[in-house]
Write a protein that binds this ligand. Structure first.
Ligand code: BG6
Length: 488
């Protein structure tokens, strides 16, 4: 069986995720010559359209979402021949019969690019219609459920037909080069590991800030909120990669075993700590990217009664030897000052300052930038040039990955899709990880309700509510706001 050759069945084949992300990602691999000849892409959707109509729709979305797309290129000629379309109303028993002749000699990928509330039904129908074989995989996107119970329910339906090794749960942050680089930084170098613990680290910050608001996803977002939309998945996955113990190997199970241990070591919030160590807030109107921007409650599809947060900040602890006493501060929000995702590792101050008391001796700081300008920036104290005394200044050792590699067009979905086809689950989330993170998140949501933790407000275009600053100020610390600038 040739596993690099595939049939990709795209449920939701005419939808937004397919158009904006999946089709452009596979097409780019086509332009690079990475798609084997006999591979096919089959769009599935409820609309009764012909293959030619579907091909035109794909062409249209590539024109919009694939920079430099040209319908006369050989790549499009090859790609368009791979396309076909199957009309399927998932409630119709008859329609399910339209999917047949599932090949046995190549990888078969069922990608559920549909609203998550359809995962269960599609998984069940795939099983009932005998469409699952050993060479099949199923791909689902976050959010997998809205709490532990619903996540278990979806996982149970997937597991009824597929083995865990055939289930690929996407967290697109794991497809980002800079996120994968966290493992390389920690486990392909010796200099960090010795100091990667409470012996040298004062605290760690993880910020994923977005400048956009909820855009046209008000309806979905209002039912979800920042904690479920970003923290349960992207931020906790980053936290796992930062905090985990060295895995035995880079093989998927070793890495996932270590991530799971981190999730299980997260100290649960309690009635006494929830109001002190968590902040939730909604954006008000303001100026975003130079333009007036409306308040969250004025966005389409938003119901004030839902009281949904667009910003979360948490102070959390990991109950294990390595991290005992080291706070992790996490925050994410929409309509913040800029799109910037980074991890800041603040080291402890030197135990004894031999320089003059006036010398500006700042604690070392390692910044791992995910966005923008993927890279690593280590801030160190150095002596200012001069003939008198020791005046110190903080200067960066700044590694910008863009200086060495062309990262411009690559999208995380390219790597993730190829990994599904190759059968490599390392960058996907295992069932127990999803369920452990929901358990921890559910507790926060319940406490927010039972303890009436107030919904704060913040101005669009800022860095979040003042109480998020207070979360660190109280500990004599402060957030690093904004991305590190590349040194010249
Ligand atoms: C998605 C969230 O998972 O991640 C969105 O649902 C968010 O609300 C997006 O905007 C952010 O992803 P990225 O890659 O643009 O940082």
């Amino acid at each position: 069986m040739d596993l690099n050759t595939f049939n990709l069945y795209l449920f939701g084949g005419t939808g937004d995720l397919s158009n904006r992300k999946l089709i452009p990602a596979i097409f780019r691999q086509e332009t690079l010559g990475n798609i084997n000849n006999d591979s096919e892409i089959i769009g599935l959707g409820s609309r009764d359209i012909s293959v030619d109509d579907y091909t035109s729709m794909v062409q249209e979305s590539l024109t919009k979402h694939f920079p430099g797309f040209n319908e006369n290129d050989e790549a499009w000629k090859r790609f368009s021949k791979r396309l076909s379309y199957i009309k399927i109303d998932i409630n119709s028993k008859e329609d399910w019969k339209n999917i047949n002749n599932i090949p046995t000699n190549k990888a078969v990928v069922y990608y559920l690019a549909t609203p998550p509330n359809l995962y269960k039904q599609i998984a069940t129908c795939l099983k009932e219609n005998n469409l699952i074989q050993d060479n099949c995989r199923v791909v689902v996107e976050k959010p997998i459920g809205t709490d532990l119970e619903s996540a278990e329910d979806i996982n149970n339906s997937l597991s009824a037909g597929f083995n865990e090794t055939q289930i690929y749960r996407i967290d697109h942050y794991l497809g980002k080069e800079a996120v994968q680089n966290l493992l390389a930084l920690r486990f392909a170098n010796t200099i960090f590991e010795k100091s990667w613990s409470n012996s040298a680290i004062d605290h760690i910050q993880i910020t994923v800030a977005e400048d956009l608001g909820v855009e046209d996803r008000g309806g979905y977002y209002d039912e979800t909120g920042a904690l479920r939309d970003m923290v349960q998945n992207h931020l906790l996955q980053i936290l796992c990669l930062i905090a985990m113990e060295p895995p035995v190997s880079i093989q998927s199970e070793s890495v996932r075993d270590e991530k799971l241990k981190v999730l299980k070591s997260l100290a649960p919030f309690t009635e006494d700590t929830i109001a002190l160590n968590s902040v939730r807030a909604q954006y008000l109107d303001g100026i975003s990217k130079g333009e007036p921007a409306c308040a969250y409650l004025d966005e389409n599809g938003v119901d004030p009664k839902n009281n949904t947060e667009t910003f979360v900040a948490l102070k959390l602890e990991i109950n294990n030897w390595r991290w005992s006493g080291v706070p992790f501060y996490l925050r994410t929000g929409k309509r913040m000052n800029s799109k910037s995702s980074e991890i800041v590792v603040r080291y402890k101050s030197v135990p004894h300052n031999i320089f003059s008391k006036e010398a500006a001796l700042k604690p070392d700081q390692l910044v791992l930038r995910i966005h923008p300008d993927e890279g690593i920036d280590l801030k160190l104290n150095t002596k200012q040039p001069g003939v008198s005394g020791y005046d110190l200044e903080e200067l960066p050792l700044d590694l910008n990955l863009h200086d060495y590699h062309e990262l411009g067009h690559q999208d995380c979905y390219e790597r993730l899709l190829l990994d599904v086809i190759r059968g490599n689950p390392s960058l996907f989330v295992r069932r127990d990880e999803i369920e452990a993170s929901w358990k921890w998140i559910d507790n926060i949501i319940n406490l927010w309700k039972s303890q009436d933790v107030p919904m704060e407000e913040y101005i669009s275009g800022g860095w979040g509510p003042s109480n998020a600053d207070l979360l660190l100020k109280r500990d004599f610390r402060s957030w690093k706001n904004g991305s590190s600038k590349k040194s010249k």
